[in-house]
Design a protein around this ligand. Structure first.
Ligand SMILES: CC(C)(COP(=O)(O)OP(=O)(O)OC[C@H]1O[C@@H](n2cnc3c(N)ncnc32)[C@H](O)[C@@H]1OP(=O)(O)O)[C@@H](O)C(=O)NCCC(=O)NCCS
Length: 187
């Protein structure tokens, strides 16, 4: 696969999805140090700028190895970093990957994930040749569940006591969308 496939710029009406620039480490820390944003994430809120730098470097390494696609969600109107979205756990042979999203609190509720998510999903199906995209969320994360259902995902099961983060045990709800599924419903 060509190198550029894992370093794309994907544009939607309001957003540009592209690899996160190291200059945006501060903005990324602002987003990922917010306990509300990280409430259902599988890591604790970040604390230092090094956490953001490490994430950006690890993302670039994973994209070079073609194991993950980790993209910043940038607002086209201001150039501001609103959050991140990713395709990870890429299994080339099975043509499957997992999707994840995290937006800063000020960007919630504007349908950005509908827009960014659909663009990322289409990129996964059409450019990476994926057959299946899956998502794993905390069953209490209703915002994520709604966003996934609007993106055309079906809930496929519940994995009990799958995570323990900071001593708190939680279940995972599993969602999936196939390239052959009907596309997302309008919200
Ligand atoms: C989950 C998330 C990605 C959804 O993205 P989004 O662009 O806000 O999605 P939408 O605009 O379609 O809103 C989806 C739902 O989020 C909830 N929501 C939206 N704005 C909200 C706000 N300001 N406060 C609380 N909930 C809100 C609503 O339930 C909304 O559904 P509704 O429109 O029927 O009321 C985003 O809220 C987020 O990044 N949350 C924190 C990180 C996270 O939990 N990521 C998922 C872990 S895998």
């Amino acid at each position: 696969m060509s190198k550029e496939l894992f370093f794309p710029v994907v544009e939607t009406e309001r957003l540009a999805l592209r690899p996160i620039a190291i200059e945006d480490a501060d903005s990324l820390l602002g987003i990922s140090s917010d306990p509300e944003v990280m409430r259902y994430w599988n890591t604790a809120p970040w604390e230092t700028i090094q956490d953001a730098i490490d994430f950006i470097n690890a993302s670039n390494d994973a994209m070079r190895r073609q194991t993950s696609l980790v993209l910043g969600v940038y607002l086209k109107s201001t150039g501001e970093l609103a959050g991140k979205c990713m395709l990870f756990s890429y299994d080339k042979e099975s043509r499957r990957a997992e999707i994840g999203f995290g937006l800063g609190r000020s960007a919630w509720g504007r349908g950005y994930i509908g827009e960014a998510g659909e663009a990322l999903i289409q990129y996964g199906f059409n450019s990476l040749g994926l057959r299946r995209i899956e998502a794993e969320i905390d069953p209490d994360n209703q915002s994520s569940a709604k966003a996934l259902e609007r993106l055309g995902f079906s809930r496929e099961g519940l994995l009990r006591q799958r995570w323990e983060v900071n001593g708190i045990v939680s279940d995972s709800a599993m969602y999936g969308r196939l390239a052959s599924d009907p596309s997302a419903m309008a919200s």
